[in-house]
Design a protein around this ligand. Sequence first.
Ligand code: P5A
Length: 444
Amino acid sequence: MYISKSFIPILKNIPSEAKIKSHQLMLRVGMIKQSSAGIYSWLPLGFKIMKKIEKIVREEQNKIGAQEILMPTIQSSDIWKESGRYEDYGEEMLRIKDRQNREMLYGPTNEELVTDIFRSSIKSYKSLPQLLYHIQWKFRDEIRPRFGIMRCREFYMKDAYSFDINDEEALFSYNKFFLSYLKTFKRLNLTAIPMAADTGPIGGNLSHEFVILAETGESKIYADKRIFDLNSDGTELEKNSLDNLRKKYEQFYSVTDEKFDKQEFEKKVSEKNQIKTKGIEVGHIFYFGDKYSKSMEASVDLPGGKKDYVKMGSYGIGVSRLVGAIIEAKYDEKNEIMKWPISVAPYDISIIPMINKNDSSALNKANNINLELEKNNIETIIEDTDENFSSKIKKMNLIGAPYQIIIGKQTDGDLLEFKEVGKDSQKLKLKEIVNIIKKEKVKN
Ligand code: P5A
């Protein structure tokens, strides 16, 4: 892709309405454009990144046996009246009337709709467990949308729902998602910590928020520092192994604001291990038993001939919010350098030829390099304008491909000036560059 032909409208200055660095960068490089308060269009650069995040989220859902469906954005109020949440949800729900004067709404979440789908088809315990998910836009009429796509009104969410025969099986499902979330965030190069959390309007009594540390985050968190050293290595998709994984995390104090108890915190965590800071909630999982299945009559036949309501949980990931969260974690604001993790980078590498008027040799060289990289499935962007060198580099640093090839005075023969963003440049052959990038891509 040539930068001159791309739709990447870059601004010279930081827009004044943007208060945090992710919002600033996203506007600056034209990843999004606000269409009205808290509602955004996604432009090519932002959309490309979000789609890559979505792909990783999807792969990790499939790995635990969840099946993908697609529910509509517009729902009927009837099912929400059945569950009792139509009134409870309050002003955050965008209510609409159709031409027949029927009460509809733009879904803020899908517990009701998925329960309705489930109950219409699944009648026996033999079909359990069922794990269903979709990736779809949601609307919440937030009173104070802010920070761009971090807290907006229309956002893209992966939401999954589990249906099980009893509490024990339901917790097995819960733990599968717990593991899947740790793996998903790791592939996005983020350290997301599970924290005991409140259940709010979703309900239930077991819940974890997955939070990444960031000064600009809206969640206050209190944790034992040692939880950051844990990982999910060696966990198998089997009851005991998953149980142990959750225990491993839960042995350390880590809670969000609403669950915070000062006395308990000080008793359980030595002063040197205490972390009190802020974070961004990128995922949230809930176990709420028969809250929806009871009110909406979703039951199955049990082995002895009796019936019981299925036990349910729900599991959300803020796919669009993750774009901002990764920027908050990775953007070096002072030096104006973004380095996207290779797993979601819009381009793997930028090729930056120093172009002189009347001399197309640098651009020709860039084109040849580009052909070779593309043959190896390496995504490129070529800075083909005749702007001065420093403004070209500045632009590419903001777009954030993790690698750069600079074609200029330093380029002699087969050796290219290659740079991993944030590190010193080195002289390498194209073949060596291809190998480095391919190796990184495989890891992810
Ligand atoms: C779980 C899935 C739920 O809605 N029902 C279905 C449950 N959980 S949640 O915590 O309310 O939302 C899940 C994730 O969505 C993101 N999110 C948002 N992103 C951008 N703007 C918003 N206004 C917004 N609200 C929620 C968060 O990442 C959250 O963890």
